[in-house]
Design a protein around this ligand. Structure first.
Ligand SMILES: [Fe+2]
Ligand SMILES: [Fe+2]
Length: 298
């Protein structure tokens, strides 16, 4: 546990990070209405939806739909995190309200894009949306640092996801590429905040790594509650985001930022957690090398 004096230092640091986040977010404040191709909207009564109206390849449609469905579950993420921080560090609670307001635009932007451009069947999309919210989401994290470890990984994975899909959608629709780049900027600020909070925790007490190891090793995106999530991810890989990007641009970055290699936990659990993360990274690197060799030989 973080001691009282450490808690005071932590609260002070989180307050500084929250203030910095608010300032940065103000500078890039936006409204999703400005990023949508409203001129493409047509009545579905007069012009019913047909599959042939799609303008994007299926891997990009799947990527946008999966992101939208993940973002739409925001009420459950907020409920869980709010409960986790109840009665705890005050700036964290303020950040959470800000974060919720910033995240709220994402699903609306993606949903409207899919419907306006007729890249999704609006009836199917509505049904999927309802099913997703009915399924909900629940975390099982041990404490606030584990929860923030999860959100840091998830936010950075989302940054890389949006950047990758923005790149591959450029040749089909610049409007979509610009919108995704815009979303990635919000996610980037979220990632920066959560990541710096973790760094502050670890600097004050390296034994906190004990709570990060299970999160790193068992990480699954919040969209995993979709029953066809794995099939979707296989399709999305063709659009430029898959296990390689997750390892190289998410986990490797975080393990470096959290200085897992050099931190010196004093407890046995802490030392074991550090070793567990390092071993897990080795395993993923070997799997990546194996997959690359296999693809070369195909
Ligand atoms: Fe988001
Ligand atoms: Fe985010």
């Amino acid at each position: 546990m973080v001691e009282i004096n450490q808690r005071y230092a932590l609260e002070k640091r989180i307050k500084e990070l929250y203030d910095a986040h608010t300032e940065r977010a103000k500078l890039i404040d936006w409204n999703y209405y400005d990023y949508l191709p409203w001129e493409k909207g047509r009545s579905f009564k007069e012009n019913p939806w047909e599959e042939s109206q799609r303008t994007l390849p299926i891997e990009i449609v799947t990527a946008i739909e999966t992101s939208m469905l993940t973002e739409i579950n925001l009420p459950w993420y907020t409920a869980y995190i709010k409960d986790m921080f109840k009665g705890g560090l005050e700036p964290m609670q303020k950040f959470l309200n800000n974060w919720t307001a910033e995240e709220d635009q994402h699903a609306s932007a993606l949903e409207n894009y899919l419907i306006l451009t007729r890249n999704s069947n609006p009836k199917e999309l509505g049904a999927l949306k309802k099913e997703m919210i009915l399924t909900g989401w629940d975390g099982t994290f041990a404490n606030p640092i584990a929860t923030m470890g999860y959100t840091a990984i998830q936010e950075l994975a989302t940054v890389v996801f949006y950047q990758s899909i923005a790149k591959s959608s450029m040749e089909y629709d610049e409007t979509l590429s610009v919108l995704l780049t815009r979303l990635s900027k919000d996610e980037s600020l979220h990632y920066a905040f959560y990541n710096q909070v973790i760094q502050a925790y670890l600097e004050l007490d390296p034994n906190q790594v004990t709570f990060l190891a299970p999160v790193v090793i068992n990480f699954k995106m919040p969209g995993q509650v979709l029953k066809d999530f794995d099939d979707r991810m296989k399709i999305i890989e063709k659009a430029g985001y898959g296990p390689t990007q997750y390892l190289d641009r998410v986990l490797e970055v975080l393990v470096k930022r959290w200085k897992i290699d050099s931190i010196q936990p004093s407890t046995e659990e802490g030392r074991k957690a550090k070793e567990d993360i390092l071993k897990y990274m080795q395993k993923l690197r070997k799997l990546k090398a194996f997959a690359q060799r296999r693809n070369k030989n195909c």
